[in-house]
Write a protein that binds this ligand. Structure first.
Ligand code: GLN
Length: 495
């Protein structure tokens, strides 16, 4: 095997340009690798060889015509997509029985933009059902394993997207992040994971969870590939009225020195109860190394950030409840037939199609939006949202970015966290960024001293200054190196 999916964008394109291999060979090899490695990881819910070969042949035709550049900036790269993103002709299940048989009649803008740039789509990736969760244990189709330790979770909800990159099955994947679902699995699996500012990437064709919070972003093993992915993804899409006209070249930030960059450190984050000592030590080490490299560390305050999780678990279920109302067993999804009345059909279909966590969120959202209750919870939650947004705005008057943990702990073992309230704390460092709409990413900074599992540093930027996180991430990459493939899956490993 050529193990092309273990390579980065630059190496694949150099090989294609030198005619050492073809895009078709990349596609064949990557799919063969998925067949082997995914028997252990279970990151994929479906592969799509026909679409992969068609995309590869387009790239090879461009090369034969003498112009690889015409095939796009991601030409010949094995990619895959979280299963809440539509790709025409594939199933889009959201890892739910509700959509088990749903085949996409169209393609999401984010997916289209990656394929238009020559990406080779290998398939669709596992997730927590409808993106509700932090461990991918809520998938209706089995759990995904963390490639660093198959007994541990990959994080969630984009666990399949993070694991596929960490195990060297894809050069790049896409995930979605409503409260941390890109950054937390990125941290758990030791890969580069970016949640852009809300509005940078179109949400058209991505099954909605929390429409005011959802954002799509890439997983890669190096910062340059993440920047290339953002270049392809970012920008206005008339099909999503919240998408913005972003034309930044994110690769321009890669070579900017970190010297003189003002990096915020948040006491409320570093001193939080629940932060494990091994993660805290790694984040402190990364901050020290950035200071040595010439960055200026500035302490900033986010006085209302402690209320973020409470506000999120009001706002997000309310939005989810509204968005999931469309799964009525008539137009989409699972239908429990044999009922003579519509009410009975609704009830049986929604009870049978949705898993436990989805039903919990629907019931919570339904209650929170009911008359009398609405003003008691939803309204104050939105006020808290404004306060948190203002906290970040104030902090960013002093600094170019903030560095914090991406998650309070490293990947935990399957079944270790069983009560939902504790699981919700997994996102204590990521949720406030969705609430405020800023950009955030997780950058691998080595392994925790106690567990030997990957730790991610979160870089948070002002809204629409996502290039700042690429600049800081590139500095961290110069210190810590590019993200390694999980040892058991690296060349010469078990796979
Ligand atoms: N873990 C959080 C939740 O369950 C965030 C999920 C996400 O970002 N999609 O809501």
């Amino acid at each position: 095997m050529g193990n092309f999916a273990m390579m980065d964008v630059a190496s694949i394109q150099a090989g294609l340009r030198a005619k050492e291999f073809t895009a078709r060979e990349v596609a064949e090899d990557a799919l063969a690798r998925v067949a082997v490695a995914d028997a252990q990881v279970h990151a994929f819910l479906e592969t799509c060889p026909d679409l992969a070969f068609a995309a590869a042949d387009r790239v090879d035709a461009a090369i034969a015509a003498g112009d690889l550049a015409k095939a796009g900036t991601l030409a010949g790269i094995p990619v895959a997509f979280k299963d809440n993103m539509n790709l025409v002709g594939t199933h889009t299940t959201c890892a739910s029985h509700m959509l088990e048989n749903y085949v996409s009649p169209y393609t999401a803008t984010c997916v289209k933009r990656i394929i238009d740039q020559g990406g080779i789509p290998l398939g669709k990736l596992n997730m927590d059902e409808f993106a509700f969760g932090s461990s991918t244990e809520n998938s209706a189709f089995g759990r995904t394993c963390n490639p660093w330790d198959l007994g541990r979770v990959p994080g969630g909800s984009s666990g399949g997207s993070a694991a596929a990159v960490a195990a060297g099955m894809c050069t790049m994947t896409l995930g979605s992040d409503t409260g941390g679902s890109i950054r937390q699995p990125g941290s758990f699996c030791g890969v580069v994971a970016v949640k852009p500012t809300y509005g940078v990437v179109s949400r058209y064709g991505v099954v909605a969870f929390g429409s005011s919070l959802d954002q799509v972003g890439p997983f890669t093993r190096n910062v340059r590939d993440a920047a290339l992915s953002l270049n392809a993804l970012a920008g206005r899409d008339v099909l999503d009225c919240t998408s913005q006209d972003v034309t930044t070249d994110f690769t321009a930030a890669l070579d900017q020195d970190v010297k003189g960059m003002r990096i915020g450190v948040v006491r409320e984050f570093m001193d939080a109860a629940g932060l494990t000592s091994e993660v805290k030590a790694k984040i402190q080490e990364a901050l020290d190394k950035l200071e040595e490299a010439g960055a200026e560390l500035v302490e900033v305050a986010l006085p209302n950030v402690h209320a973020a999780i409470s506000a999120y678990y009001v706002i997000a279920p309310c939005e989810a409840f509204s968005n999931l109302a469309r799964f009525d067993s008539v137009r989409y999804g699972f239908c429990d037939e044999g009922h003579h009345d519509l009410g009975g059909q609704y009830e049986a279909s929604r009870s049978g199609g949705f898993g436990v966590e989805a039903r919990r969120r629907i019931m919570l959202g339904s209650y929170l939006l009911s008359s009398g209750v609405y003003t008691k919870y939803y309204y104050p939650a939105q006020q808290v949202r404004t306060l948190i947004t203002q906290d970040y705005q104030k902090a960013f008057e002093q600094v170019d970015c903030i560095i914090a943990p991406a998650a309070p702990n490293v990947a935990f073992k399957f079944g270790e966290i069983s009560d939902p309230a504790t699981m919700y704390l997994s996102d204590m460092y990521t949720i406030s960024i969705n609430i405020a709409g800023n950009g955030g990413m997780s950058m691998p900074i080595g392994l925790g001293a106690d567990s030997g599992m990957p730790v991610g540093a979160q870089i948070i930027t002002p809204a629409f200054k996502d290039e700042n996180m690429i600049r800081a991430a590139a500095a961290l990459e110069r210190i810590y190196g590019t993200a390694p493939i999980a040892p058991a899956f690296a060349e010469g490993g078990a796979c």
